[in-house]
Design a protein around this ligand. Structure first.
Ligand SMILES: [Zn+2]
Length: 103
């Protein structure tokens, strides 16, 4: 974990469960194979990692999750909140994630 400009930056590459605000800490299941392609359950479905998710904690601080994978519902929730600019929701989720990941 590093701090930069008062943001909390966490590399979550090693975390096997969804790092989003859902209450599941179950490890991601093995991918299914369709036509020789591996389809992963979490997003991104190709098994890669998103560069970062940024959750505001308040007006001056954010928590930045680097190299993250999330379950489908946490990922769509994040994208919806960003699209609707629903800051209050993002802040709440950021707080939940801090507790979930013990940051
Ligand atoms: Zn989730």
């Amino acid at each position: 974990m590093t701090y930069e400009n008062r943001d909390i930056i966490v590399d979550v590459s090693d975390i096997k469960f969804c790092v989003g605000p859902c209450n599941s800490k179950k490890e991601e299941l093995e991918p299914i194979i369709i036509n020789n392609n591996y389809i992963y359950i979490f997003k991104p479905n190709d098994g890669g990692r998103y560069k970062e998710y940024i959750y505001k904690l308040d007006n001056n601080h954010s928590i930045i999750l680097k190299n993250a994978r999330m379950c489908c519902s946490c990922n769509s929730r994040y994208l919806e909140f960003i699209e609707e600019n629903y800051i209050e929701g993002i802040i709440k989720d950021g707080e939940i994630i801090r507790q979930k990941l013990k940051i």
